[in-house]
Design a protein around this ligand. Structure first.
Ligand SMILES: NC(=O)c1ccc[n+]([C@@H]2O[C@H](COP(=O)([O-])OP(=O)(O)OC[C@H]3O[C@@H](n4cnc5c(N)ncnc54)[C@H](OP(=O)(O)O)[C@@H]3O)[C@@H](O)[C@H]2O)c1
Length: 162
């Protein structure tokens, strides 16, 4: 599996149920990377998406403990076991862990690669990703040139399991 995340300099990823910044270049990158693949996300992240709707052209798997939860265009799983049953026949390379904080935490042990959009600023955040630069398990293997949207600078980076 892979994870994909946009994080600020402190590894902040969200605040008040929303992303920290609107970066059109990052949304385009996310779309290119995940189109046709499977996404797994938490119920709160689904509800943070425009219209609380799943992302098109992808299989959207939603984790929730609510066994009555239903959403058009989503596969709902009530726990990790159910999730692993659901992707049993999928190619693990095609499964992207898409957040939020609780989902990244639980799924990171199963990820081989992490695509990070690293914003070169610090925001007020209440949700975080682990600090990959201090991780014993991952190493940065690629970093793009600096990109900029509306005055916000960021880089696309890739970390791989050591
Ligand atoms: N920067 C990024 O790349 C990025 C990406 C995604 C999200 N985010 C941000 O992250 C924040 C949301 O993160 P979050 O940690 O608060 O919420 P979350 O991870 O999106 O969703 C948490 C919910 O997922 C369900 N869940 C989690 N683990 C489960 C399990 N093992 N079994 C069953 N259900 C499980 C539970 O839903 P129930 O309560 O329904 O049981 C839980 O309340 C937002 O600010 C969002 O914008 C940032």
């Amino acid at each position: 599996m892979k994870a994909i995340v946009v994080a600020d300099e402190n590894w902040g990823i969200g605040k008040d149920g929303k992303l920290l910044a609107h970066l059109p270049g990052d949304l385009k990158y996310f779309k290119e990377k995940t189109k046709g693949k499977t996404l797994v996300m938490g119920r709160k992240t689904l509800e943070s998406l425009p219209g609380c709707s799943p992302l098109p052209d992808r299989k959207n798997i939603i984790l929730t403990s609510d066994d009555c939860f239903e959403k058009d265009g989503c596969v709902v799983c009530n726990g990790m076991d159910q999730f692993f049953d659901e992707i049993f026949f999928d190619d693990g390379q095609d499964v992207f862990v898409a957040g939020g904080e609780s989902i990244y935490e639980q799924f990171l042990p199963y990820c081989e690669e992490i695509f990070v959009t690293r914003i070169m600023e610090t925001f007020d955040a209440d949700r975080y990703f682990i600090n990959l630069d201090e991780s014993e398990d991952f190493i940065k293997t690629w970093s793009s040139d600096i990109c900029e949207d509306k005055g916000v600078k960021y880089r696309f980076e890739k970390y791989e399991r050591k």
